[in-house]
Design a protein around this ligand. Structure first.
Ligand code: HAM
Length: 426
């Protein structure tokens, strides 16, 4: 007999974990709706080419890509921005702008699994398509931060960068084209040693290198922008923009946003503003969200539009919530009915039907267990009350209601069971 294990980098989720995940998902969903975003869903697999063009080297090497039986090149989606933009170009382009879409779904990346890094994981993301860039960028960052508040995740840090600034800085020291892209990738990975080596190889003098490093390592609020301006000695395109963003975000109620010129993002489709959010309690895999402004519609045959979006790594949000001890209500049963004997079972079924019809989460013993074992099960199902129907109760038309927390037991007429739950008497 073969015993199967789930594939590496995947997970199974039990009922308790699923209840917690659904609770957080529902909060994210309602926050997106609060901001006027509507849900979209796209296929789990797409033509490989959709991701090859602009998703960047990293992701392409990590894709689950294969030929299907019709010899088509297919890939399990490694992210949802390209699919949503394909959908937008195919079908949503003629809608009044802006189009505000959110999604929740599984994505697949062939990475080395570790805590917080999986081969199948879930993203909750949003894309705002067709509004002016400053407005979209601020709205999208505000939605991300609002969402984190809505799920009660504290101690997070947002870092906002701007690729125009990074490009300007690299351009000023003569780095363009593929070399510039290579430098940005190293900056994204915080590989400053590699960057120095690369710049040495390109003959960039050490003083200029030092100046570049100093600027890209500048982080903080508005003062960091002033400092970077001073270090650059000239105004770099994109600085005013970042400053304006911080002002807008403050009006949204998010005063503590920081700039970080080293945010470069691993995906190649980003154009201007880019941002990441970390939850430091997660250690190495602390990035819980990434996003920014990008251009993909024209690449997929559509008209050029501004678009900005982000995706939360949903699984990392769950880990961060666990680590920070945030309270997520755990759903359980209101009532667990314990009948003793066949006649009582029929009565139990009647009561069960009545409670369920009134939307009261309830269950009954299906195993014919004795009372103590049945109560142990009720406990594991986090039932609030056990309703015991023994021979005596059956004979007198009553039930014994046991409070599962205190162990207190009270008798009530059977006809009062529904009223007891509805009126909160039990
Ligand atoms: P991304 O940064 O590649 O961006 O992924 C978004 C988030 O997914 C990350 O911040 C991280 O929390 C989570 N994540 C990434 N890889 C893994 C993994 N192997 N296991 C668990 N979680 C992971 C995007 O995917 C863009 N599409 C975001 C975007 C939307 N940009 C514009 N619109």
């Amino acid at each position: 007999m073969t015993e199967f294990q789930r594939p590496r980098g995947t997970r199974d989720f039990g009922p308790e974990e699923m209840a917690r995940r659904r609770f957080v998902e529902a909060r994210l969903r309602s926050t997106a709706e609060l901001f006027g975003f509507g849900e979209v869903m796209t296929p789990t697999f797409e033509d490989t080419a959709l991701f090859v063009e602009r998703s960047g080297e990293g992701i392409i090497n990590e894709m689950y890509a294969f030929k299907d039986k019709g010899k088509r090149d297919i890939a399990l989606r490694p992210e949802l921005t390209a699919p949503v933009m394909r959908f937008y170009v195919n079908e949503l382009q003629n809608r009044p702008k802006p189009v505000k879409a959110f999604y929740f779904g599984s994505v697949f990346r062939y990475e080395r699994p570790q805590s917080g890094r999986y081969r199948e994981f879930f993203q909750f993301g949003a894309e705002l398509i067709g509004a002016p860039s400053m407005e979209s960028d601020a709205e999208v960052i505000a939605l991300a931060l609002w969402s984190l508040e809505s799920i009660g995740l504290k101690d997070t840090a947002v870092r906002i960068g701007n690729l125009d600034i990074l490009k300007g800085l690299l351009g000023n020291i003569g780095i363009t084209g593929e070399d510039q892209a290579a430098c940005r990738r190293m900056i994204d990975k915080a590989d400053f040693e590699g960057l120095a080596k690369h710049l040495d190889g390109l003959g960039v003098d050490r003083l200029k290198q030092r100046n570049l490093m100093d600027i890209i390592k500048t982080k903080g609020g508005k003062e960091a922008i002033a400092e970077a301006r001073q270090l650059a000695g000239a105004d770099i395109p994109g600085m005013d923009y970042l400053e304006g963003m911080l002002d807008k975000l403050a009006v949204y109620g998010f005063e503590k946003c920081n700039v970080d010129f080293a945010v470069a993002r691993g995906l190649d489709y980003y154009t201007g503003m880019v941002f990441e959010i970390d939850s430091p309690c997660l250690g190495a895999e602390k990035q819980i969200c990434g996003g920014g402004a990008y251009q993909l519609a024209e690449l997929f045959g559509g008209e050029t539009v501004n678009s900005t979006g982000y995706a939360f790594g949903f699984d990392r949000l769950m880990l961060a919530l666990d680590n920070s001890g945030a309270q997520i209500p755990e759903p359980g049963l209101k009532a667990y009915i314990v009948p003793m004997g066949e006649a009582a079972r029929m009565k139990a079924l009647e009561i069960l039907r009545m409670l369920r019809t009134a939307n009261i989460p309830s269950d009954m013993d299906l195993m014919g267990r004795n009372i103590s074992k049945a109560l142990a099960y009720a406990n594991s199902a986090r039932a609030e009350k056990a309703i015991i129907i023994g021979e005596k109760e059956l004979a007198e038309g009553s039930v014994t209601v046991r409070d599962m927390q205190s162990g207190e037991q009270t008798k009530y007429p059977m006809s009062d069971v529904l009223r007891g739950f509805l009126k909160g008497i039990f």
